[in-house]
Ligand binder design. Structure first.
Ligand code: URA
Length: 304
């Protein structure tokens, strides 16, 4: 089946659709040996040879990549024999048979990737590849002196040694603190166990991004499809793209959704509440006349 050239290029992870149009307009793309600059050109991915800057574009079966902002209160599986709420409830609009890459605990929240791309999923989740995962952990009070250094030095857990690749203070919130912890494996409850082993009391666990793709702008319980350049970022972070090396560019980490108590975070209102109108002087005077006299301490109507 044929498709528009710029859509094909975007789908192959070469560039965003807009950038792909620029590549075509600049005469950097050829189809079956002929330079093509016309935007409407259609190609058949199964039959035509598309070349960008002298390099043939590899045709993969088009995979799906979906990012969910997992709220707490659901298990990372598509069906649960124990009948608990699962992440599947948030994938209603997704038609493809995607599966989760790795897992987040029942009470953990943040970036959870779903895909049909088995190669990439394997690279991102398999312990052999040591893919880096960044977490923000809310801990009770201030981290005790030396706790983060002990995580960095390595600790002994019941299933073997474990170590944080990075551990740093992130932010103070009222009486508690957020710390940033990076690990290179996905053992069960690893971050919680690392923290607890050095005396930290874990209150919340939030994964702000996965493989360089952030949940900034997504509401808890919502999904979005990755853009082609994000798929490329993921592939780079997994060491799968042409450049080969994981991307070391630091990402600005979004904050966890604010939440009170222990339930799933409330969705933010779709519309901001309207700002209150300044009263016009004559209306304010009328309001003052109609308003009942204040009662209690300091009020003008106080009886002595
Ligand atoms: N570490 C944990 O303890 N829990 C998670 O969900 C992920 C990492």
């Amino acid at each position: 089946m044929s498709e528009r050239l710029q859509k094909f290029l975007a789908g192959a992870g070469i560039a965003s659709r807009r950038k792909a149009e620029e590549l075509v307009a600049a005469g950097r793309v050829s189809v079956n040996g002929k330079v093509v600059t016309e935007m409407g050109t259609r190609v058949d991915p199964g039959a035509d040879l598309v070349v960008v800057d002298g390099k043939p574009v590899e045709v993969h079966e088009r995979a799906s990549y979906i990012l969910l902002y997992k709220p707490p209160g659901c298990v990372t599986t598509l069906s649960d024999p124990q009948g608990r709420p699962t992440v599947a409830q948030y994938l209603g609009g997704v038609k493809e048979r995607v599966f989760p890459v790795g897992r987040l605990d029942w009470d953990a929240e943040g970036a959870l990737l779903f895909t049909t791309d088995g190669d990439l999923a394997n690279r991102l989740a398999h312990p052999r590849y040591g893919h880096r995962r960044t977490y923000l952990v809310k801990v009770k009070g201030d981290p005790p002196h030396g706790a983060l250094d002990r995580m960095l030095a390595g600790v002994r857990l019941e299933d073997g040694p474990a170590q944080a690749l990075e551990a740093s203070f992130h932010e103070r919130v009222e009486k508690n603190s957020w710390i940033r912890v990076v690990v290179g494996e996905g053992r069960r409850h690893l971050v919680k166990r690392l923290c607890e082993s050095v005396g930290l009391d874990v209150l919340r666990l939030f994964r702000p991004e996965f493989g360089g793709v952030s949940v900034a702008g997504i509401r808890p319980g919502h999904t979005r499809e990755l853009r082609p350049e994000e798929v490329e970022t993921l592939r780079r972070s997994a060491g799968l793209s042409k450049g080969g090396k994981p991307d070391a560019t630091p990402l600005a980490l979004p904050r966890a959704a604010r939440r009170h108590g222990h339930g799933a975070p409330e969705p933010r209102p779709l519309r901001e509440p309207k700002p209150e109108r300044e009263p016009r002087p004559e209306r304010a005077a009328k309001d003052r006349r109609q308003r009942p006299a204040p009662r209690g301490r300091g009020g003008g109507g106080r009886k002595r």
